[in-house]
Structures are given as structure tokens and as C-alpha cells.
Design a protein around this ligand. Sequence first.
Ligand SMILES: [Ca+2]
Length: 540
Amino acid sequence: MKRTILIPVIIILCAVSAAQTANVEVVPAPRVAVTQVTGSAANLLNNRGRDGGNLTIGQNITFSLPNPLTRILFQWMSSANGNYTESAYAPNQYVIEYSTDSTNGINGSWQVAVNETSNNVAARAHVIQSGSPIRYVRFRITGGTGAYVDEIDIHDLTKGQPGDPFDTWGFIGDSITAWDAYWRDNGAGLPFNEAVNLSDGERYPSMINFGVSGNTAGNIYNRLQRTIDLNPGIHFWAIGVGTNDTTGSDETYKQNLTRIVEMLISNGKQPIIARIPFSKVGGTGLASNIRIQDLNEIVEEVRALFDLPAGPDLYAYFQNNPSHLRGDDGIHPNAAGCEGMNRLWADVALTIPKRKSTAIVGTQSGVVKAGEDGAVTFPVTAAGVSDGTWPAVLNGAPAGVTGSVTITGGSGTLTVNTTAATPQGTHPLTLTIGSLTSNSFNLAIAESFLGDVRYYPNPIQPSKGLNYAKMNFTNMPAGTRIKIYTMLGQVVRELKADASGMAAWDGKNNTGEKAASGVYIVYMEDGNGNKKRIKIAVER
Ligand SMILES: [Ca+2]
């Protein structure tokens, strides 16, 4: 007898965990190779800490930017303090100023970007934004007792828009962070930012050390909002905490680590948590390795809860490289360990994809005629650009042509402003917004019907004789109306072209008085509404 055997089919659903966290991306904010042009201060630009000296109060330390930039991150650090919350060596009162027109770092006009009168921390990251590109920036201690500065970092924030996930990194943690790992000490190996740059030349992140010896997660939480507020340009927050939480409860650690992450996210920041480093300490007391293992389970829980990118596994690193811990306590890293920690964070940073976006400019919607001021608008699609109005860099534009872009929800309008001096014809341009460069598009300046108008002599100079006593306007359409204004907009004279397209101005106003020496604006409009604006002058 035949039997039908029903074989149950078991479908095994393989849960594929995403290796990469969704939506975390980075906009490069590379360190700028500035030149120090005034002030005597050692080693401010060598990307190493604990190697500077006291700055003289009142002295300008001025830096020249190789390419003028409209938005920069200006960081200083005073790593002799060790803890972020100390300021015995740090500048307490200082200003940061910039110039968009200086030609040598001394002359020109200067704007105050930062005027700090009560600093009490060991490092700061300031965002400086200017309508015109910044050519020079200077730092000056204005008072207080501490003025030990060992590094100045200037980063380019023009490759994205304000609020974008810039490649700026703050390291929060305990003494493992504060004393050793992230002050870029000479002798402590390659720092995080340089390690990233070596692997990706487009990136050279900022790094700032917020570590405080003895910190628990609760200590960090308690002063976190203040630290965020003092350093608004820092986007990535590298969290390394737990060694001092080993004597507290798991619940307290989890609660505080969660609150840290929530606070960072609510401020628009990206937290990333490292696994707590392996220690050589036995037992169950402070810094015990068994307790660290417990707390690292909580690190993973919190990471999963917020879908955070994986941080560096400092536990595995020191477990595999115990000789990279200092011999005296078996907790803190030695120089090799510091370099390892920086390298592991660099590896994490390098897994974060750079923002990829496009900017597409459509066909223009307006026409400007030659010889006129005017604006032409173009539709723009710019996915990834934050809402707002941004300066537009118009590559290939004739002199005097400026632009701005207004974006809402990834699309908007490019406005190109032309002047009467913009040459007639088709000008191929590309648009750059932050790090995005668009397709090529054409700015067309149409021929004006008044484009052939001639006027002479200019200026009128009655003292030179009759041939110079009146201004002749020719080659206009018959009936073209001419209005001559002062620079203040007062009408001086109104004329009309005759049937031959000619008119003449005798240098007098409508009541027959002689117009004074100076510059005048002439508006012309023909019968079809074509307009032209020119400047003329009278010299008596
Ligand atoms: Ca230095």
C-alpha cells in the first residue's frame, strides 16, 4: 500500500542583521593648512598637544587661510590641564576675530566672532560664519591668568550646510580619555584625525578631548548639555565610559548611558559608544575586569536600543594587547595603547559613508537684457542640502555676477543677479553649494534694443569748449525716453529721442540751472519697454 508521507517543511528565517547603521553619514570638514603670520607661539599648528607655551596677553596670533572660506571651525586646546573641566592653564578671556579684506593679516577691517570673558574649560571648538569669505583669523588672549595653548585647529565647514553631520569629533570619557588618549601627545603615536586622513585624503577630522578623570556615566551626563553648548560645531561624540561605574549598579550605568545618548540625539549629535577597555584588575571592585564585562553587555544593549553605529571594541583590543596597558595600574593605556585607541576610532570613522548628493540646475525662467541690472531664476534640485538660503558659488560666472539658493525639502530656486556690466551672450556656469557641484547650465543675457546706444563726450567738460559742453545720445529707437538722475535719485532732466534716435543734454536741469559736477544715472526706455541704465559724469 502506498502511503503519502507528508514531510513538514521547516522554513528557517535567517535574521540578517544590518552591519551598518542606517542614515549615519559624514560631511568632510578637513583641517586647513593655515599659516601663522603674526605672534610668537610655538608648535600651534603641528597637530600635537602638550608642546606649546604661554601666549602673551594682548598679542594677536594671526592665521592666513590658503583659500578664503565662509565657514570654519576654530578650535584651540590647552592640554596641560589634563581634565577638560580644568582651566588653570587655559585662556580665560580671549577674542577670535576674522578679516575678509586684509591683505597681510594686519591691515583691513576685522569682525569679532567670539568674545569669551569667562572660559573655564581646557579646549573649545567655535563655529565662525561670514557672508564674505574669511581670509585671516586671529586669536588674542585679552585677560585672565592662564594662556597656555598648545594647538590651534582650523577646519573647513563649507563642504556642507549648518547642521550637517560634519567630520568633527569630541571624545567624552574618564581619565583613560582625559589623561592619555586624545590630547595628541608627542610620543603617543598617530592621533585619530591623522589616521583618518592617511586613509582618506578628503577627510581630516577635528578632534577635541572632553575627558575628565574619575568620570562615571552620571558625571558625564550632568555636564553634557554645557559641553555641547560650549562646542556647537562638534557632531560626532565618541563615548568611552564605564571603568569608574564598576562599583555602581548595572541599572544606574544603563540609565546614565541611555540619558547621555538621548541628550546627544536630541541636540542633533551622533553618539558612538566604545566598549569599555579590558583591565588587569581582579575582584569585583573599582575597575575590575569582571564588572567591566558586565557593563559592556549594557553598552551593547544601549547601542542596539538606539541603533548606533558600532564603536571600537577597546575591550578586545586590550585583552589581546595587555602590554599596551600601563604596568603600574593595568587600567590606563601606555603610548602604544593610546595609538591603538586612536586607530580603532579612526577605523570606526572610516566606516561612516561620506554624504553623497546631487545638485541639478534646470532651465532659467527669466531673461535679463544686456546693459541692465537684473535677476534670473533657475529651478534647483539639491537632495541632502538642509532647508534655508545659502550662498551660491557660480563657477565660470562673469565678474559681478552673484547668486543665492533657497532650498526647501531638497528643491528650490537659484537666483543669479547680473549687473549692467554683465556681457551679453551665453555664459556656461556650474553651481557649487557646499560640497555639491551641479550640472552645467547657461546664463543667457539677451541683446537689448538699447544695446547700441552711444553717448559722448563722457564726462561733459564745458570748460574744454563747445564740443564738450553737451552730451549726445545716438542710435536709440525713435521716441526713447531718457531720465537723468542724481546718485540720490533726484530727477535732473528728462529728454526724448527724436525721429533719428538722437538726443542731447546740455548739462542743465529741468529749470535751466547748471547741473553740478558729479556722477549721474541715466535711465532709457524705448517704446517697447526695453530699458538701459548707464552712468555719466559732469566735470565743471
Ligand atoms: Ca602643538
